[in-house]
Design a binder for this molecule. Structure first.
Ligand code: PAF
Length: 284
């Protein structure tokens, strides 16, 4: 695997791949890689001739009181994991490479719809930070396709909208959510879960699945279901942020006759904010 810290040298290497007609896949990450990230790399390898993974803990997408400074940085272990799955390129720039004029002066990419609800409501500015850095990374790598984890369902929907609105020539793919045996979705933030919290922390997923089962049995009182799920999370000892049933494409609150719906939720443990979602397709 070739490792690059500079935009210019990565571009030169990728230009040569492109010249040879190779299809370039891209997996943007913030590092602290786990099985779910490696699954994204493998997915990209299935459809592309060479794959670039980026590792950049993007300060622009973290709020002032969020966990940017304690976000786990494990570059050596991440490099070994990417080598083990034969990733072709690792791009790990530092902050000045990505924001040479400083973050305050950085031109921003704003997706007006879908970004001030759900996670966007509790994390103002978060999606602007994501869309700005992802646009920059797309311009640096110029991939044919990019793979994003479906655990960050809202992020995926926002990026799809951005790519459509800005006519960016990249195909967006969703990777499946990888889970522990009790259903907990793999996440870099799982390392902040307390040992005493671990046995019950999959309550978020269980509550989302409970809503899914109720919907499959015919219930459509989505607001009531979401409130009950929040009570379940609270009863398990965690602070719910939101639980909501949404149209999978628009992220609008689900209507009774919506066929593609996604149940999204977020909750706080003592040291982390965890998110998860469950999608389902209802018979017309
Ligand atoms: O999902 C993430 O890890 C980040 O939000 C991303 C897409 C790499 C942008 O910083």
């Amino acid at each position: 695997m070739q490792v690059f810290h500079q935009i210019q040298s990565l571009r030169k290497a990728l230009a040569e791949e492109r010249r040879q007609g190779k299809r370039i896949g891209f997996v943007p990450t913030m590092g602290n890689l786990h099985e779910a990230h490696l699954a994204l790399v493998k997915q990209a390898q299935g459809e592309c001739d060479c794959v670039v993974t980026s590792i950049f803990v993007n300060p622009l997408q973290f709020g002032l009181n969020e966990d940017w400074d304690k976000y786990p940085r494990t570059l050596e272990a991440d490099t070994a994991k990417l080598e083990s799955v034969d990733c072709d390129y690792l791009f790990c720039p530092d902050e000045t490479e990505i924001y040479p004029n400083g973050m305050a002066e950085q031109t921003r990419v704003v997706v007006p719809s879908m970004t001030d609800v759900l996670c966007g409501a509790s994390r103002p500015g978060h999606f602007e930070g994501v869309t700005t850095v992802v646009t920059k990374l797309f311009n640096i790598v110029q991939p044919d396709e990019a793979v994003f984890g479906a655990k960050d369902f809202q992020q995926l929907a926002v990026i799809r909208r951005m790519v459509e609105d800005l006519c960016l020539p990249v195909e967006i793919r969703a990777g499946v959510i990888v889970r522990e045996s009790d259903g907990l979705a793999l996440s870099s933030r799982n390392s902040f879960i307390g040992e005493d919290e671990r046995p019950t922390v999959s309550q978020l997923y269980r509550s989302l699945c409970w809503i899914r089962d109720q919907v499959q049995e015919g219930r459509r009182d989505y607001l009531v279901l979401a409130e009950t799920a929040k009570e379940q999370i609270q009863a398990a000892g965690f602070r719910p942020d939101y639980v909501s049933v949404r149209n999978s494409h628009t992220l609008d609150p689900a209507a009774d006759d919506d066929a593609d719906i996604t149940i999204l939720g977020a909750m706080y443990t003592r040291g982390a904010r965890l998110i998860d979602n469950v999608s389902l397709v209802l018979d017309a």
